[in-house]
Design a protein around this ligand. Sequence first.
Ligand SMILES: [Zn+2]
Length: 293
Amino acid sequence: MTESEAINHQVACPVCGAILIEGYVSWHYYCTSCKYERGFLTPEINAPEVHRKLDELKRIVGLKKTRIANAILLVEILRKFVHGEFPRLLDVGSGYGWFLDIAASHFNVTGLEPDEHVAGIAEMQGKSVIRGYFPSALQGHETFDVIVFNDVLEHIPNIPEALSACKERLNSEGFVLLCMPDSSGFLYNLSKRLHILKIRYPFYRLWQFGLPSPHVHYFNINNISELMRRHGFIICAKGHLPTALIEGVYDRIAFAGINNSLFRLLLWAMIVMSVPLLKFFPSDIFYAIFKRQ
Ligand SMILES: [Zn+2]
């Protein structure tokens, strides 16, 4: 579904079936019933002109520390539910393989990555990564004990297809681990208020507008749990991860393409000063573990 299709047709909420309503900008729609949000933004993962815009080194530095800290937490939580000797784990959208590195101590890990360039870097470091999209890039009858979407499901336009494929690709006692941005989060709701005040950058940034793989969905724990239930998964754990770690914040801002260094510094200072306060507000990242019924 493209943006123009969304404007010309009524689009049903994938969670509850209600008709989505136009939101803050022309590509933003939301469900008044279950609070699901849709961004009609087009991924351009392997488009060369997009990659030329990015400084790959900044991309790696800007994300690595946060992702590794979160991966350590998530693997510990997963181990409470997934037992046995080296259960098979598939990390969809494995990127540079940081989650694979952490999970490999306890799981037999495989990555799946559609970005050719990123998959190539992971492979050069000896990681087991299949190139392509989930589930089409997998071998015929390959199944897993855990399928992980760590900051990934919100990038996949056709979620019902992805969840049906999860059911086919999971062993009977299999689990899905989701970790994604929370539409109930403090920062996202602040970005909406700022957008109304015509300060639009934070809203666009949180949807990753203009990046190779923008967000196309915004869920909260309640509506994603309902969607998963409809696809035959029951929730067995949920929680939040810290919204922002100070490490890497400046690099992330640099990666986001803000060229004005004074503005970059001011933004960084504002974020660093607000981090101690953030723990009093709803976090912007949640995780949830679901079991196949
Ligand atoms: Zn809905």
